[in-house]
Write a protein that binds this ligand. Structure first.
Ligand code: SF4
Ligand code: SF4
Length: 261
């Protein structure tokens, strides 16, 4: 047993936590693993190679209830936990955040300051493919850009895997499903596909951590990750680092437009 598996065994045996969310080796790839029994702890592995962002499970009440749980976290889970905490979606006292360093040593991050520091020190390098695509689209004129997105989003099958994969898409009722009023056609069509992505990106504005789980979950490999990425960059440019935040729930009473009054 490695140090992670030993720590997990102790935590479950001693009753410190009821569940450990981590990763295991699947048939073809690494997959999420929900470890509840000490005898299963030896299946746990630590990996950055899992496309799933396991923080998505932290808002699933049916999975974690009011129990104390542990999550074996990489950069993407920790960035999401920080954002979920800002949005009051997690009880930190019920959550143990564990990381594993290159020597296999397990560290518990006990405060948000430690988590912020971890993220600063472990921010992944920008994906050159994503950066190149954003640059290419930036150079397009308005008509070309519209044609590009129309053609890409026309392929969307509205499976909502992008929504399911995102730790910050946690509403119990999504705008895509309400029918009173009916915001989006429930079936696949170019217009409603575009409306769906505009809605998704607007709701993520200032909140998206750039983990990439949505794009990786898309069965059609649509470049939806760059929509949220570009939105985040634009918000920072337009509103500044400090004022970006969740733009849908942030307002300035002195706004020059009169809609606020
Ligand atoms: S990159 Fe995608 S999955 Fe990750 S936080 Fe942003 S919208 Fe959600
Ligand atoms: S995962 Fe891809 S195909 Fe499915 S709804 Fe999202 S963009 Fe469309």
């Amino acid at each position: 047993m490695n140090k992670l598996q030993e720590r997990a065994t102790d935590l479950l045996k001693g009753g410190t936590v009821k569940l450990i969310i981590g990763f295991e080796q699947g048939n073809n790839k690494i997959r999420p693993f929900f470890c509840e029994k000490p005898e299963d702890a030896e299946k746990l592995i630590y990996s950055d190679d899992c496309s799933t962002n396991n923080a998505v499970y932290l808002t699933k009440k049916e999975l974690i209830g009011d129990n104390k749980i542990a999550i074996i976290a990489t950069y993407k889970e920790i960035a999401s936990i920080i954002q979920l905490n800002k949005e009051n979606q997690i009880k930190k006292e019920n959550l143990m955040v564990l990381t594993v360093d290159k020597d296999g040593d397990v560290t518990e991050l006990t405060s948000f300051e430690e988590m912020e520091k971890f993220c600063e020190e472990n921010t992944p390098a920008p994906d050159p493919v994503v950066a190149a695509l954003i640059e290419k689209i930036d150079k397009m004129n308005r008509e070309e850009r519209w044609a590009y997105w129309k053609s890409e989003l026309d392929k969307c099958i509205r499976c909502y895997a992008c929504r399911a994969a995102c730790p910050l898409c946690y509403c119990n009722r999504c705008i895509s499903e309400v029918n009173c009023p009916q915001w989006l056609d429930p079936w696949k069509s170019t217009l409603s596909n575009i409306e769906w992505q505009i809605n998704r990106v607007m709701h993520m504005s200032g909140r998206c951590t750039g983990c990439g789980a949505c794009a990786k979950a898309c069965p059609l490999d649509l470049p939806i990750g760059i929509l949220t990425k570009k939105m985040s960059t634009d918000i920072k440019e337009m509103l500044g680092e400090g004022e970006g935040g969740n733009v849908l729930s942030t307002f300035n009473p002195n706004d020059k437009e009169n809609f606020i009054h």
